[in-house]
Ligand binder design. Structure first.
Ligand SMILES: Cc1cc2nc3c(=O)[nH]c(=O)nc-3n(C[C@H](O)[C@H](O)[C@H](O)COP(=O)(O)OP(=O)(O)OC[C@H]3O[C@@H](n4cnc5c(N)ncnc54)[C@H](O)[C@@H]3O)c2cc1C
Length: 245
């Protein structure tokens, strides 16, 4: 049951048409990177509620990375919202898509996102705890068009400074424009994701997948073929997922 508090939309960055980061000023409870918050707006006289993963680090202004769904209920109203407008937020963080649930002996963390599924990984990378928990972090972001590579400069900068590899994957790129231009399952099957990362998947790798459910299903299947298995608290494995729909 959500307990709403009123926040204010204070910042917005548009990455491409229908793709933006929203900054909200509101008194949320402390959260772990990877968790999400329920957010609500009144749309046509009815309260409409949706889940959004925090892209901000704990303690910073709450930030969400959002794609507009043109025939959706919530996002067209969100994208119309002017700066300074109120937005309802449940201050209690939700979810278990966090690195605190992962096996303690994992050495490399692979963060594979499609579209706005990158948001929780940005939170993890900004918070920085992943760099003490793992020897190396590989973040791969799959989008159709290069214009949808939100946070690209920040991730490139991070890759220069930390034990982090950033791999943009653009499936509709012009030939030769991006080294990785196929979906994750293909890149896993032919070994090109591991070659680009300079690291191989092994029994102490952990892979977190976030975004589109078809990407998650197909990539999980490809990882299982590589000898990895789903992670459960009582049955430790290598694959942890968050589906956006
Ligand atoms: C735990 C969790 C965390 C989430 N975090 C985020 C987030 O950080 N950023 C975000 O953009 N969305 C996120 N979502 C999805 C979000 O809750 C909404 O479903 C989405 O914004 C669409 O809302 P809508 O009312 O406009 O569309 P709806 O009327 O609810 O239509 C839903 C349809 O929109 C499509 N859709 C849903 N989400 C997306 C998306 N992200 N990109 C493209 N198509 C989509 C699917 O086809 C889905 O069936 C999250 C969902 C969950 C369950």
């Amino acid at each position: 049951m959500s307990r709403w508090i009123s926040g204010t939309l204070v910042r917005r960055r548009d990455w491409a048409p229908g793709l933006a980061t929203f900054g909200i000023d509101c008194a949320i409870e402390d959260f772990e990177p990877g968790q999400f918050f329920n957010v609500a707006l009144d749309v046509a006289g009815e309260r409409c509620k949706r889940a959004y993963s925090a892209a901000s680090a704990p303690g910073a202004e709450l930030e969400f990375y959002v794609a507009q769904v043109s025939d959706g209920q919530f996002t067209p109203a969100l994208f119309e919202l002017p700066l300074g407008a109120p937005i309802q937020v449940d201050p209690v963080p939700q979810g278990f898509f966090t690195t605190s649930w992962l096996p303690p002996d994992a050495t490399e963390l692979w963060l594979l996102a499609s579209g706005t599924g990158l948001g929780p990984f940005v939170s993890m990378l900004r918070a920085g705890q992943v760099f003490t928990q793992f020897e190396r972090v590989i973040v791969a972001h799959c989008v159709r068009d290069a214009s949808a590579l939100g946070y690209e400069e920040e991730l490139e900068q991070l890759a220069r400074e930390r034990a982090c590899t950033y791999l943009p994957v653009v499936t509709r790129a012009a030939p030769g424009e991006f080294a990785l231009a196929e979906r994750f399952p293909r890149l896993l099957d032919d070994g090109s994701l591991e070659s680009a990362a300079g690291v191989s998947l092994h029994q102490r790798s952990h892979v977190m997948l976030c975004g589109n459910p078809a990407m998650i299903a197909d990539t999980t299947a490809a990882l299982i073929l590589r000898g990895l298995k789903k992670h459960r608290r009582r049955d430790p494995g290598h694959i942890t997922v968050e589906k956006y729909w």
